[in-house]
Unconditional design. Structure first.
Length: 297
């Protein structure tokens, strides 16, 4: 009898995400084992119990760890902590995707990259990108991906101290070099001179209204991950798939949450599947999700 494919799902939160559990089953994992309210100090024991309970050949191909939660930085720290406690040849693949934020960001940026090429014959570089509600996990991941692609990124938040802290982590911890601080109170000035706007703010809150859209004369793409009315960007509907925005003063195209979600779904599925098809253990996060999203878009 073949041994089952076991995915150990770790989260610092009270519950694992049902969305992630469903995705894992659909990607081919036979059984999901949840670990909740996990602290950093507990990672070593969980990892080593996981890797030493099976032979090296079984553990590397039929066992993996998924890291969830809601915080980008905790998830990335947990990913690094799991890597520290692997003991070759007892190694398993690991994938971090807190709140699905990493794969959502990957889908949004990949859709935007393709739209810029298709509609404007532009590469995804040397652009000015503003991220609304940027201090959350989707904002952080999309900022780092965009910056590393060669763009200037303005991460917009409400609180100066928090925004400065997040921007520093983007540039220092995650290797970006072109993410700068923007404040919500100054967004009218910021948005008037950008090529792309990503809305990654809380659901049901409009952060870019009609007047801001009309005043943004350089804007080419507005992408909005908010699927709950009202839209985060006026004129972008949830099902818009690179649709010309009638309320813009120039040629600008909207990408809605459902179009982004379709690529997010494929990217997460691909990452979950890679963990048991790869010839060697892999350690996946938002940059790897983006590589899949670019192929899936």
């Amino acid at each position: 009898m073949e041994k089952p494919y076991l995915l150990h799902m770790i989260t610092p939160e009270k519950n694992i995400s049902p969305f992630d559990a469903n995705m894992a089953f659909d990607a081919g994992w036979d059984s999901i084992i949840p670990y909740t309210n996990v602290t950093m100090e507990e990672i070593q024991a969980l990892v080593q119990d996981t890797i030493f309970s099976r032979s090296p050949s079984t553990v590397s191909k039929r066992t993996a760890i998924f890291i969830g939660g809601r915080d980008t930085h905790i998830a990335m720290d947990m990913l690094e902590e799991t890597k520290k406690h692997m003991v070759p040849p007892f190694e398993v693949p690991v994938f971090a995707d807190p709140s699905g934020a990493f794969t959502t960001a990957a889908g949004m940026v990949a859709k935007t990259e393709k739209a810029l090429k298709d509609k404007f014959n532009l590469d995804f570089e040397n652009l000015k990108i503003a991220i609304l509600g940027g201090t959350g996990p989707v904002g952080v991941a999309s900022a780092v991906i965009s910056s590393k692609a060669g763009n200037d990124v303005i991460l917009i938040g409400r609180n100066l101290e928090k925004t400065e802290k997040v921007v520093e982590m983007c540039n220092v911890k995650y290797g970006s070099n072109s993410v700068v601080v923007g404040l919500d109170e100054n967004k009218s000035t910021i948005l008037s001179d950008v090529d792309v706007v990503f809305n990654t703010g809380a659901a049901g809150i409009q952060l870019m209204d009609d007047s801001l859209v009309k005043a943004s004369s350089q804007i080419k793409i507005c992408a909005d991950v908010n699927a709950v009315p009202p839209s985060g960007i006026a004129g972008v509907e949830a099902n818009d798939d690179v649709v010309k925005m009638e309320n813009a003063s120039n040629d600008c195209y909207g990408i809605g949450a459902l179009a982004i979600g379709n690529i997010k779904y494929k990217s997460q599925h691909d990452c979950l599947k890679l963990m048991y098809t790869s010839d060697k253990p892999v350690f996946l996060h938002f940059e790897h999700a983006f590589e899949f999203a670019q192929k899936d878009v």
